[in-house]
Ligand binder design. Sequence first.
Ligand SMILES: NC(=O)c1ccc[n+]([C@@H]2O[C@H](COP(=O)([O-])OP(=O)(O)OC[C@H]3O[C@@H](n4cnc5c(N)ncnc54)[C@H](O)[C@@H]3O)[C@@H](O)[C@H]2O)c1
Length: 454
Amino acid sequence: MKNWNTIPVFILKSVQGCGHVSPAAGEPIGRFMMQRVKYAAVGCSGMGRRHLHGYAKLLGSNHRNIELAAVCDLDAGLANALADEAGALTGTRPPAFTDLGEMAAAVPELEAADITTDAGSHLPVSRACLAAGLHILCEKPLGLTVSECRAIMDAGRAANRIVSVAENFRRDPMNRLVKALLDDGAIGKPRLMREESIGGTDLIVTTPWRHFKHTGTVVVDSGVHNADIIRFYLGEIVSIYGESRLHEPVRRPQPQADAAATQRDSWWGARSQLPVATQATGEDAIYAQIRFASGVICQWVLDRAGHGLARDERVIYGAKGSITAPGDRNGRPVVLHLDDGKSITDEHILDFAPSYRLTPVAATLFGDARPWRYDFSFNDVDQKLLALQLHELADCIGHGTQPEVTAAEGMADVALAYAPVESGRLGRAVTLDEILNGSASPYQDEIIELRRSA
Ligand SMILES: NC(=O)c1ccc[n+]([C@@H]2O[C@H](COP(=O)([O-])OP(=O)(O)OC[C@H]3O[C@@H](n4cnc5c(N)ncnc54)[C@H](O)[C@@H]3O)[C@@H](O)[C@H]2O)c1
């Protein structure tokens, strides 16, 4: 198995602005032993802590190619707490900062930043990191609007740095298996996908900023995950017809009821300090029909205000059969339904997906190169997927390659998440191209205006 610490690297080049070395294509200047990529964790709240545990998971494997060298959050308490937690988890406490510029100056060996700040801050934080010469892994959504995504993509190109989007759902082995089943023709030509997620009632979704139009509604914060899966499974999208709603304008704090919820909520320690109620201004539901270049149709419902029956469904129908996907991070088996009435729910499903194979690091973390199910806790799976993202970033820096979810991919996900809202505003179907070029974006134009005047 490859160990990054001992990989000989033939091609190294100075990284502009940070006085460190990383490989670039086409410049054979000698044989060096590759250092682990030094990175900063920028954002030390809920998702920052989850990424830290993903890093610790990677450290525990034999694929260590990255090293946490600094942490940064505007909130000194959170920054110090994350540094302490990193010290306890890994044996090394990184220095903590509240200012990106100070951090870059104090830790010149930094090569990368892992950005887990709130969605509304991704543009300024990404720009600052790229300007400091750092490659970035930015949490989804890449930007709050398509134009913000484009600005981050352009900044990455101008700085000649990698922009990777932390889209973890598609890295779930069960989603890799579904993709392989589709590609290998297990259900014939796909015809229809149904992606449905309903629930949430009038409770705050994790943090209040997810309910404000100018800081990132649940539609984009949560919707980009679905958008990414839909695009990952079925490819190029032509048009979208949809509607959106703001069903629950007043959101109540989450009660921390059962043990599982309490464990998950522990990542967001500040949640207990939430106000009694939040006045929501952003959409909380979208209902859409998507048409792909291949002719496939996807019916997509994302309703974070659903009452009563909570439901998550992901099914793809094809010319020879259908697939029930289990959803994300639960490890339940994918089910293949065939015309003879058989439903394949066990390891024989692998016979229909010969191309399915995890990367070596994913195979190590999940204990199998071709798992047809897995049985890990939510936190464990979450950490494995986040570990994969960090590993990929360092691997791309090391080899001068691009990540799987580039800025352009992340931007297309954001475009698809907003498309039903824009379609509803315009009262017509919109093309994805129109959303990407900003010519059919009245809702995002309002967001841009709100952010300008905020
Ligand atoms: N992929 C997933 O499964 C998943 C799950 C939850 C959240 N997320 C994403 O992670 C990101 C963070 O979510 P969260 O719930 O942790 O947000 P949060 O609001 O709890 O935390 C954001 C943190 O960023 C800090 N911050 C803001 N601007 C900063 C700056 N300029 N410099 C340094 N620190 C700054 C804030 O002080 C805060 O501590 C969001 O983009 C969210 O969509 C992804």
